[in-house]
Write a protein of this length. Sequence first.
Length: 292
Amino acid sequence: MTTPQDLAADLVDLLDVEELDTDLYRGRRSSHGFGRVFGGQVIAQALQAAQRSTDDPKIAHSLHAYFMRAGDEAHPIVYRVVRDFEGRSFATRRVIAMQRGQPILNLAASFQVPEEGYHHQDAMPEVPAPETLPTEAELRAKDAANLPEKQRAMVTRPRPIEIRPVYPRKWFNPTPTDPVQHSWFRVCAPIGDDPAMHRAILSYASDMALLGTCMLPHGVNWTTPGFQSASLDHSIWLHEPFRADEWLLYVTDSPWAGHARGMNRGRIFTQDGRLVASVAQEGLIRMRKPRE
């Protein structure tokens, strides 16, 4: 039986990219993935490659990524880092994620030496404590009985990120609702004290529950026959230190959708109310026309 400690350790190993040469890294395949690579994995591994190429005390404060092709779980991903700028206070890196000779993602990241300055932040919404809410895994298990065996296995497989939604989504037969979601999340077991790994795991988890926000007003999701969705770009601003193995609240909303695209925004708070990251993503959302 896979334990939470096993799942957390496997996620850390997944994001612990291997250095092949100077500014050249390889990210391994997921132990639990199949078909298309999860976009959050590619973002997190690319960020790790950028972080490995940058010396302390500079730390990542923002990243911007564009998805170009779907990654294939049958192959590892190679990351090439370009050192565009190395200043006294800031540094910038570009990372190209490659698979079988083709780029699948471009990422730009900026790093800063920590310093003090003016401070303000949004207030965290008032929501129930995570300990009072069921896990998404429990909610999915209740709904998965009606799925074909292959889809049921994918929906109910153990995951390293524990999610507790404040407003549970209807995974099957969704109905239109407001484009807002609040979800608690954390790594399912302690992962040590490396802040770079905690930033990578937040980047990984930030691709969960985000794109689905712009689908809510339209009563569709990935189970809807003929519906197609994919992340197009993804941006993260890292504001404050945090731990990814402690509860974080992901507050998302969607201000707009149109032309087969949906815009999504996210804010990530610690349980004591600190705003530690902001996220934005545009994604493809379209109903495919039946083939004649």
